[in-house]
Ligand binder design. Structure first.
Ligand SMILES: [Zn+2]
Length: 328
């Protein structure tokens, strides 16, 4: 399958790109905005391949010189902008990776395409450096910024780029995709529920050996947190430590659970729940807590995510979070 055909979902973005190529109205700057795992890089790469393909057919031909270079990962005019430090894209990364390179004409294609992954890591100085290029780009330049948080960009960057927001894929699309990937049928409904339209996440969970056990243990924690004494609760920190690598998925799951608690308390409508089969446990938790407490817990989970991002001690972050679950 060529280009966009191999990517599920996000039809609007694909159509937008296809139309831009057909009408020869390609922007100099694009922002692809969406969660990790939603396929930003895949979309950007397929677009880049299509733009550079030498054939005149609608889809990348896969056989021309440009397509072959792309497929081998060595296209001289499709550039993946790298950054030296893992946590930040600094001003020097942008200067070296884009600004001083973009003035050199394309090597063999009509365009020169720069793909900046994790662009949310650009410092303000880096964004300002990039701005100069985005304001007066050479005619052949296309810059693709891939980000989990477009709102974090300077307004001047946003106004110079076409912002394309990725959307979750439908349950149906996800189902047929997972089937095609040969995922165990019995796992698919759970994966659809947890991934919430995020293909990368679904695949990661499908490939994780501990996923089912992890969900079972977290579920026990969430149902029983109110009855547990402090020692029992803190024992869970040890369990969570085993899932350190998947902790973001754990925390997402917790948030989905408390979202259900809140939803059921507010509406009493079973159909609005993600975890319908856990109806009675969800109702029990909701009965023991006020609206404010449930919201506080959801916020505490957010805070824990931020702390982990900021490299605050793992055990400490989890202890604080687990204690918050006991609030009435
Ligand atoms: Zn081609």
């Amino acid at each position: 399958m060529a280009g966009f055909d191999s990517i599920i979902g996000n039809r609007q973005i694909k159509e937008h790109f296809e139309k831009a190529i057909q009408l020869n109205k390609i922007s100099h700057g694009y922002i692809l905005n969406g969660e990790d795992g939603m396929g930003k890089l895949e979309l950007a790469k397929a677009f880049a391949q299509m733009v550079q393909c030498e054939s005149t057919v609608k889809k990348p031909c896969m056989t021309c010189h440009s397509c072959k270079q792309f497929l081998s990962g060595n296209h001289p005019d499709i550039i993946y902008v790298k950054h030296e430090k893992p946590g930040v894209i600094g001003v020097d990364d942008i200067r070296t990776g884009i600004n001083s390179d973009i003035v050199i004409k394309p090597y063999s294609s009509p365009y020169k395409i720069y793909i900046v992954d994790e662009a949310e890591k650009m410092s303000v100085q880096a964004q300002n450096a990039l701005l100069k290029t985005i304001e007066e780009p050479p005619s052949y330049a296309i810059i693709l910024l891939l980000t989990t948080n477009a709102e974090g960009f300077l307004p001047t960057i946003l106004s110079r780029c076409m912002v394309l927001n990725l959307k979750p894929v439908s349950d149906q699309e996800m189902n047929s995709y997972l089937e095609k990937q040969g995922i165990d049928q019995t796992k698919i409904p759970t994966l659809i529920k947890f991934s919430r339209g995020n293909v990368g996440k679904a695949m990661r969970m499908a490939q994780s050996e501990s996923f089912t056990t992890m969900i079972g243990q977290i579920m026990t924690l969430l149902k029983r947190a109110d009855q547990m004494n402090i020692n029992e609760l803190l024992e869970f920190v040890t369990i969570l430590t085993d899932y350190k690598l998947e902790i973001k998925d754990c925390l997402d799951f917790m948030q989905m659970w408390y979202r259900d608690v809140l939803m059921l308390k507010a509406t009493n409508d079973l159909n609005l729940l993600l975890f319908k089969e856990e109806y009675s446990a969800i109702r029990d938790v909701g009965n023991k807590k006020s609206y404010e407490t449930i919201e506080k817990i959801i916020q505490a989970i957010d805070t824990a995510k931020r702390r982990l991002d900021a490299n605050v001690n793992f055990e400490l972050t989890m202890e604080i979070l687990l204690l918050a679950l006991k609030e009435k």
